[in-house]
Design a protein around this ligand. Structure first.
Ligand code: G6Q
Length: 545
């Protein structure tokens, strides 16, 4: 199918016109008109219930958005991804994270070869290793079992593992410590190993390329720390370092036996890799069975995305709603608000997934876009956010669509805590949608002067995602839901959601400046005057020559 540029797809001008017609409609009015709206605009799949009724949409909006999806070639693009086409055009790569969670008997081709057996071979090796570490049969250099696992990685090789460990902490080995080092700031490493015995510590060096500055710096520091604990005995590293990478050559060069390397493939993007070998720390924490259950959850959502009609397809609907606010209402951000303490790192994880994927200014064929692409994602767990930034969401001047994420059953039943937590979810979405009118404020006996301050306009949109309980499978479903929502948005904007040239720039730039900071005598600087002055001042402050 030939996809036209965004503004030339018939649904785009139709949506523009429609937006002008309905922009003033209020959720109050929409709900009054249709008493069934709250049940009608909801969809449940793979055990995830999405209530999208509190969005500023009518049936006509949804009809037009679904048309836009069709006219954008979403169906064809989904098929192309699952088929292994090289849809990451700027890097000429397939995008096959869905293969990482495909069942053993599935067939997913990459360059004519079924990748599923390789995926399961790595999963089986990871499981074998995880079981040895967990059971205490993988011994450190002096014969002690491993009690501390430290993942060294950054970006896609860190955020997923950290988020998943926090999310699944309930299922994790409580007699082991799991820590994560990502920042090249030495404080990160120093604090991570604080109080640990090298003889009981395992480092997982996670890096797709095995050349990333931060990760390699931290890996070398980890090796020095370990060797210092073993009186410099080089052989000690063998039992205390394993690698997760696609680059066997660099792994060997670092000194890790490739027998202790867990591989993945160039068709897995960093931010789509938490369910690959990059999840080794997760698997050691929760065990292979729970890890596989998580993969099962991912797969269930993949199948839903691949097969469900768009009108009942959760990631498609969420993606379309994000486009609706971003491009027609001019909303610049989306707040993600998990009412689940274990998901405290989920917004940070989503920031990379969404913004690294869709923060692009050219189309796949290199034309500059003339519409807005990826919004800013941010958030914090509820109810904490309610006591800080929700003020702006309720009464500020900006429109901030929100995703509320909640679970019917808590993992930690404690008196009235969970009902109290959930009452806040429902109260917040209700207040955002319907606000508080002048009459209501006055009826509360509010003095006239205070009435404007206590008014809530309402009409602030939100999605509510309700799941049963935060299990490993539920986590997989949630992550896959957002992955595919990002895919839906990227398809509509016609961008490459799978490259990250902006990140590559940062990787190169700092390399040029390091020698200037470390030069024994004043180096000749040829940056702009601000950068030159900052470098000179820094050198002076640290007492360099
Ligand atoms: C993710 C990005 C980026 C990457 C890190 C780490 O999609 O590409 O965040 O994951 O830069 O890269 P390495 O795994 O190669 O160290």
């Amino acid at each position: 199918m030939k996809v036209r540029t965004l503004r030339r797809r018939p649904a785009w001008p139709a949506l523009n016109k429609h937006h002008k017609e309905i922009a003033k409609l209020t959720l109050r009015h929409l709900f009054d008109q249709d008493p069934q709206r709250g049940e009608r605009l909801a969809v449940e799949a793979a055990g995830v219930y999405l209530d999208y009724s509190k969005n500023r949409v009518t049936d006509e909006t949804l009809r037009l958005l679904l048309q836009l999806a069709e006219q954008s070639g979403l169906r064809e693009n989904i098929d192309a991804m699952f088929r292994g086409d090289k849809i990451n055009v700027s890097e000429k790569r397939s995008v096959l994270h869905v293969a990482l969670r495909a069942p053993r008997d599935a067939t997913i081709l990459h360059d004519g070869q079924n990748v599923v057996p390789e995926v399961h071979a790595v999963l089986d090796r990871m499981a074998g290793f995880a079981v040895r570490v967990r059971s205490g049969t993988w011994l450190g250099h002096t014969g002690k079992p491993i009690r501390n696992v430290i993942n060294i990685g950054i970006g896609g090789s860190d955020l997923g593992p950290v988020m998943a460990y926090e999310a699944l902490r309930h299922y994790s080995r409580r007699d082991m410590n799991f820590r994560f080092v990502s920042n090249v700031d030495g404080t990160d490493f120093t604090e991570a190993v604080h109080g640990l015995d090298p003889a009981e510590t395992l480092f997982i060096v996670s890096s797709k390329t095995f050349t990333t500055l931060e990760t390699m710096t931290n890996a070398h520091t980890a090796r020095d720390w370990l060797l210092a604990g073993f009186g410099g005995e080089q052989a000690a590293t063998a039992r205390h370092f394993v690698a997760v990478s696609t680059n066997a050559q660099e792994v060997a060069k670092f000194g890790i036996d490739t027998a202790n390397m867990f591989g993945f493939w160039d068709w897995v993007g960093g931010r789509y890799s938490m369910d690959s070998a990059i999840g080794l720390s997760t698997m050691i924490a929760v065990g292979p069975e729970s890890f596989r259950a998580m993969l099962g959850g991912f797969h269930e959502m993949d199948e839903h995305f691949r097969t469900a009609p768009f009108a009942r397809n959760l990631p498609v609907l969420m993606g379309l709603l994000a486009v609706w606010y971003n491009d027609f209402f001019g909303a610049q951000t989306v707040a993600v608000l998990p009412y689940e303490q274990y998901l405290k790192r989920f917004p940070a994880y989503l920031q990379q997934l969404t913004m690294e994927s869709n923060g692009k200014h050219v189309t796949r064929d290199g034309r500059r876009v003339d519409y807005d692409t990826g919004p800013i994602y941010w958030g914090e767990p509820g109810t904490n956010g309610q006591h800080s930034f929700y003020q702006l969401i309720h009464q500020g001047t900006r429109l901030i669509p929100c995703d509320f994420i909640a679970f019917a059953r808590t993992l930690n039943p404690l008196g009235r805590h969970h009902d109290t937590l959930m009452s806040n979810v429902f109260a917040q979405t209700e207040a955002l949608a319907f606000g508080k009118t002048e009459d209501q404020v006055k009826a509360e006996g509010t003095p006239d002067g205070l009435v404007p301050h206590r008014l809530f306009d309402g009409n602030r949109p939100s999605n509510t995602l309700l799941l049963d309980q935060l299990t490993p499978a539920a986590l997989g479903k949630l992550v896959a839901l957002y992955e595919h929502s990002v895919f839906t948005q990227g398809t509509i904007w016609q961008i490459d959601s799978f490259d990250q040239w902006g990140v590559e720039l940062g990787k190169a730039l700092a390399q040029n400046i390091i020698p200037e900071l470390e030069a024994p005598s004043e180096p000749t600087l040829s940056h702009d005057s601000s950068t030159n002055a900052l470098i000179r001042r820094y050198r002076k402050m640290k007492g360099a020559g």
